[in-house]
Design a protein around this ligand. Structure first.
Ligand code: ATP
Length: 135
């Protein structure tokens, strides 16, 4: 079934000049870009996006990382978009990500792991509302 998901090309991948290569992975897998925006977010906005992680020991580092430079926020649509995009991204820790996944190819560590994607349809819709309230 066609569905939407939400992706962030994180500041490490943007700084490394990998935005086009990451988008090509999604488009080549049949995902269509519904919305896309280059932005730099404030710490308070990072807290809203990662509300489930605020308070964890790694969160201050994650917030610093997500606010250190521009990122690209993307809404994708396609067949089983949530599941397929997470499969394309690979495991959270790039050292454990399968060969050929985005994190295996473009990420350096658990903390700087190139991409985010929604983990359920409900979180996709909530994240799209947060990042693209007009959609
Ligand atoms: N133990 C950790 N050390 C450092 N960073 C972590 C750790 N656990 C999670 N993170 C960071 O928090 C993000 C969100 O964690 P989560 O468990 O939701 O992983 P994910 O769903 O694969 O990643 P994302 O939500 O970014 O797509 C991870 O992408 C990672 O950058």
């Amino acid at each position: 079934m066609n569905a939407r998901t939400f992706v962030i090309i994180k500041p490490d991948a943007y700084a490394a000049g990998q935005v086009g290569n990451v988008l090509t992975r999604y488009e080549s897998a049949g995902m269509r870009i519904l919305a896309m925006d280059l932005r730099k977010i404030e710490p308070e906005f990072a807290d809203r996006h990662y509300s489930e992680h605020v308070g964890r020991d790694y969160y201050p580092g994650l917030r610093d990382f997500m606010t250190e430079g521009p990122l690209v926020a993307v809404v994708l649509e396609g067949e089983d978009a949530v599941g397929r995009v997470r499969a394309l991204n690979g495991a959270t820790d790039p050292a454990k990500a399968a060969a050929g996944t985005i994190r295996a190819d473009f990420a350096e560590s658990m903390g700087r792991n190139a991409v985010h994607a929604s983990d359920s349809q409900a979180s996709a819709e909530a994240e799209i509302d947060l990042w693209f309230p007009v959609l």
